[in-house]
Design a protein around this ligand. Sequence first.
Ligand code: TNX
Length: 533
Amino acid sequence: MNPRHRESSVLLGSLLLATGSPGAVEPGEGGGAAPPSTPALGRVIPAPASVEPRSTPYRITADTRIRTRGAPGVQEVADHLAALLRPSTGHPLPVEEDVPDGIRLLLTDGEPDLGDEGYLLDSGPEAVTITARRPAGLFYGVQTLRQLLPAAVEERTEQPGPWTVPGGTVRDVPRYGYRGAMLDVARHFFTVDQVKRYVDQLALYKLNTLHLHLTDDQGWRIAVDSWPELTTKGAATQVGGGAGGHYTKDEYREIVRYAAARHLEVVPEIDMPGHTHAALTAYPKLNPDGEAPEPYTGVEVGFSTLCVPEEVTYHFVDDVVREVAELTPGDLLHIGGDEADATPKDEYAHFMDRAQALVTRHGKTVMGWHQLAGARPVAGAVIQYWGYDATSEEERRQVVDAALAGAKVVLSPADRSYLDMKYTEATELGLDWAGRVEVRRSYDWDPATYLDGLPEEALLGVEAPLWTETLATSAELEVMAFPRLPGIAELGWSPRATHDWDGYRQRLAAQAPRWDALGIRYHRSPQVPWPQQ
Ligand code: TNX
């Protein structure tokens, strides 16, 4: 037996004994009066760090009140919870200060181990109390509470209940600070409402980063005042020749606001110097040959480049980065850098040097796809690894060496975390250049050991990208994201000791009625013991 396996199963064994690990308790068990549809404490995705069930549940009734104490950010979490619970329970659930019982959301100065995102949830006959150091922690506690209620809580019309929360204590802290999902709104454009719908789905699984791939060969999707034709000309189409589209600055601000209200930070990506054909259709002076190409509606990659030697290119990058940075409350600005196959090799590093300097000048931290590691990443740059099993040792080594020199790393292995990969040969949507990725393959790996030699402190977390060459509707996004997205979210949140495919697939199966209630389409993978429909 591999010693590493032995060590982790011993650890898991002791965790099961010590805390009653997620999945260890069957529905209804230990819940006293809880009806069978009530999930057991711990039957949550991502798996909480630790769970101690008790036999005394809490029940939400017509008299339940939600208690806050008016600190900044807490009222918003309380309102979010009330808006979630009121339609399905039919109860008024007033949000009030200082009521002794009910659902209590409390900020504390203590509990330093909870950090900025952790929470404690205690459920008993008198109250459910969620305690955290920051509103983000309360928000994640609310997501756990949500999953502890029957799936019918997600319906938007009144349901019969009862609304029972299993008794006990959950103490929960994320493993990684970066837990992302990327949406490609360039290959197919998605409206603000479609993006919000996806944001809601990410929030349910405690993801904290929405990376928006805003520009590519097929379309430029974000208004830039100083280069207006990027969107008057460069947004006119998409893959397959549809109408395309773009976000005005106000629409984009609305996405940022909506995501922030759910404790997700938006990371905008302007992909350069390749993947820039749409920009070249709008501004031919950025093209090495100075010509205006026709719009592109295909799915090939690697054929476009900004003109690296011309100074106008850096005026362009400066303006775009400045305006996008102004729209970005978060720290990270992603400059792509992948598949610049049409950029001469010696020019690539020069371009990335200058683009990185501009990001830094506009007060943001550089993020880039891992090809940046083969150039000269600036100190503190965040490198997003998207390799897969066939990626060469040399390419991996470059990423590890960059990390040893001070770069940070986010892992998005294409044959694990890419939500656009087909599940099996029979999957109608999606691509398969990195292989086929069924649910188990997507879940069953460890970020901490994935890249040999990567220092632990360099690893910020994980991200699940969703490329949209083949995806044009919310239903199509969902059937690729679900059920793999919750697995990547769990890898980002849950301590390794909770990792267990068998327990996970049970918890995953238990999510299906929730997705049905939310109208989320999903792939009924044969690897998961789904309830009968
Ligand atoms: C590779 S991942 C790309 C994208 C494609 C994706 C499709 C990356 C940095 N580049 O341009 O959309 O594969 O899976």
